[in-house]
Design a binder for this molecule. Structure first.
Ligand code: NAD
Length: 288
């Protein structure tokens, strides 16, 4: 068996064409979707992410508003800006790039964003929606994974899914979204004993731990689907995921590469959430 390599760049491009068409419909109604991106400090990785998000907005016709604060900014300044953006009709999504400097309470910042503009899906209201299966804004990375699975026609219902990683932004929402689609879900994390005894059971294995070569071929069932969310920079500069990609290729049925798998989908789902927010504001039922 040789795995099908899931091309996140291609799926993303197709989705962005559709998003651009939705933006055009909104513009014909006099609404330009707008995304505010707030960055505090100059974390180099964050700067790259912010640049990519802003470029992607421009590509599909979403207006972006960028707000930069110095690393020593007072939390109140940022909270005041969020309050102002919550009230602005031209801003349909508000994103605060994480991490934030230590003087900030991330939770306070995220809870200040209006749940109606929380396009990252991190507000407690949206997290609660995810738990009861009534999500307004699905968090972008797991949403992108679901779209990749759907695009490849990979059935989720009744499958054994193992999610490695239990963070609030990837692992936990991923598990909830797949459980909502009637998978049997197991979540593993850094304290899990003997990871392989769980991963070997997976029909669909989603890995988001941030450790290169964490998932080796002997840990995976023949024919499994492997979705690698991890992004790791090796000392030689190479970007890799959490799975042994080359080793797994002959054993699994589908696998996502790093880069070019889940990564491009994350930004695409941010665009999708922003357009959905603008559609709701314009009285159009958003397409999920
Ligand atoms: P995190 O550090 O917040 O969480 C990592 C999770 O993995 C934790 O639950 C931890 O317990 C678990 N973990 C760590 N080591 C483990 C091990 N040896 N065995 C089992 N579980 C282990 O990270 P995060 O923000 O969830 O991100 C995870 C990875 O995904 C990182 O590499 C990150 O760069 C990447 N990421 C990619 C995208 C994307 O768009 N592709 C988006 C977000 C995060």
């Amino acid at each position: 068996m040789t795995a099908k390599i899931i091309n996140g760049v291609a799926v993303s491009a197709a989705m962005r064409t559709e998003i651009r068409q939705r933006v055009d419909v909104l513009k014909q109604r006099g609404v330009t979707p707008g995304l505010a991106v707030i960055m505090v400090g100059a974390n180099p990785a964050s700067a790259v992410y912010v640049r990519n998000k802003i470029r992607a907005c421009a590509e599909v016709g979403i207006q972006s508003f960028r707000y930069d604060f110095p690393a020593d900014a007072s939390p109140q300044q940022v909270l005041d800006l969020i309050a102002e953006l919550n009230a602005r009709a031209d801003t349909h999504g508000i994103l605060v790039q994480l991490p934030l400097p230590p003087q900030f309470s991330i939770s306070e910042v995220l809870q200040t964003i209006s749940a109606d503009k929380d396009v990252d899906g991190f507000h407690l209201y949206n997290v609660g929606g995810l738990v009861v299966g009534d999500t307004v804004f699905p968090p972008c990375t797991p949403y992108g994974v679901v779209k990749l699975l759907e695009h490849e026609g990979i059935e989720i219902e009744g499958k054994n899914v193992v999610v490695v990683g239990a963070s609030n932004i990837v692992g936990k929402p991923m598990a909830l979204m797949l459980m909502q689609r009637d998978a049997t879900v197991c979540i593993c994390h850094a304290k899990t004993r003997d990871l392989a005894q769980f991963t070997i059971l997976a029909d669909i294995l989603v890995v988001a731990a941030g450790h290169p070569n964490l998932i080796l071929p002997q840990m995976v069932k023949t024919g499994a689907v492997v979705i690698d969310v991890g992004i790791n920079r090796l000392p030689n500069g190479k970007l890799v995921g959490d799975a042994d990609f080359e080793g797994l290729l002959p054993k699994v049925s589908y696998i996502t590469p790093v880069p070019g798998g889940v990564g491009p989908m994350t930004v695409t789902m941010l665009l999708a959430n922003t357009v959905a927010s603008a559609e709701r504001a314009a009285g159009i039922a958003p397409k999920h």
